[in-house]
Design a protein around this ligand. Sequence first.
Ligand code: F6R
Length: 573
Amino acid sequence: MCGIFGIVCASKRDDLGEVMVRAARRLSYRGYDSVGMATFTGNGQIDLRKDVGDITKTNAQLHFDAMTGDRGLLQLRWSTFGRPSTTNAQPHLTMNRDMVGAHNGNITNNPFVREDLQAEGATFESENDGETLVLLVEKYLSRGMSPEEAYTQVSHDTEGDFAQVFMRRDKHEMYAAKMGSSLYLGLADDFICVSSDLPSILEFTRKYVRLENGDLVIFDDKNYRIFRLPEQQYVERPVTVSDIDIENANKEPFAHYFIKEIHEQVEGTHNLLSLYDGTSVWQDFIEALDSADRVFMTGAGTSYHALLLGAYYFNKLARLPVFPSWGSQMLPLYAASVREGDLIVLVSQSGETKDLMNVYEWAKAKGVARTFSVVNNIGSTLALHCDGMIPICSYLEISVPATKTYTNQVLCFLYAAMKLAEHRGIPYEGITWDDLHRVPRLIQETIEMSQQPVKELASVLLEHPSMHILGHDMTHPVAMEGALKMKEVVYNHPEGMYSSEFKHGPLASVDEGYPVIFVSLPENEDLVLSHMNEVICRQGIVVHVGQPSKGYDKIAHYKLPIPAMGNPYLRRR
Ligand code: F6R
């Protein structure tokens, strides 16, 4: 996905590099292939340093934190055009060496723009589309155009979704264009900065401006102006003062944010229940679901797994069928049949994920269906622009792998399904409000009782580059989410799938010592035991995650027990 950050200060700062490294660390989840930084050193020289690797490795080699200057920009790269290498790393210099810029996102017509520039005499040092964009901006600025005119031309010449930061020797200012990728402007007391995400801005200031697609912002250390490229006019955008206290967001006493946020599920679920119980914040969601002809729910990665589990809750408790999809799949799978009266629910922690933005923009342009967002970031594009919004109240997510936000998304759906059932007068069984309010305590118990068995199991699984994680019924999305988490954290290859499907081919991958993890519900015990036996016959390793029972205890080689809950709705990974 890549990340960019740019900053303009009043005069030379000896700690500019340190400030930029702090921003880069916040953005580090956006790219580990290479990192680069460029500053104007105060005497008009450009100091450009870049190399392959993540921010920790590249900073150790290149000492970004020792860089000085009055302006600087940086990029963290996740390769798309051109392999990870120092030359393909961003930022890129212009041909005249007077300007420098970096982007994130994709210029999808890069090969054609590059060919056109080459035909006009441009020479490229890399294969990267970021360089194409830099040379394109240079082409128009060097013709004497203003930034507004130059970027208008650039917006006509390029296709794709991206954002760019750019600075030049002869002007104490910076340009940043938002053309489909996220971009925020931060207003600090002694500088102005721009970044791909909000947490890296909140690192320095709580005052920020959310930019819109088609915005070009031209800024120095005190002033900024925003020019709308499509409408060719200046606009004012509201300044938001965030109440998020990022300075106090530190991981102590935990080793890293991933484990910290696993523990924060206890407080997070408690906060969500308190908010929903004490307000009618969920009311609009229930009404939107109830009045819709059909409900489509879409999300990416972890958010998709949460909404898939939500689809089970809505069906089982409120008799509401839901059409689930990945964000990128929603339009090819359903667009032709979405009609007036339908509701599209967009599920996203960040509220900025591009695949979902595409669905939102399509729905808005067509005017066919209502949109509703289930989000954590309530200042995000989806939160602000959809017809309705319900927050999941997980506070700031810093860890790259999502954990506490998944749990709160799931809890939000369970809460909504129970409310909807009551609203519709549908009697449901298997869960009570008291059960729901036991969730924070159950999570605490699960964390406590898992410590030792998880350590033992991890030492066994570490030996295996590949494994399957199987779920049945409501544990299917949980298995998929478990597999995604392991891929992201361990970089191995676990495959999450529906356990009944396993025998239709994938079972062939089991041989002696191959691990298969079963996430189970007690009510599916007979079926799951027979699936476990299929693995045992092939001498595979069977792991059971779920409420203990005599059957599972007898068959499984390893067990990760969870507390007995007495109802089928609260099983967790
Ligand atoms: C997984 C993870 C990603 C996100 C996905 C969607 O741990 O973090 O799979 O879940 O990129 O992001 P949001 O929910 O912000 O739309």
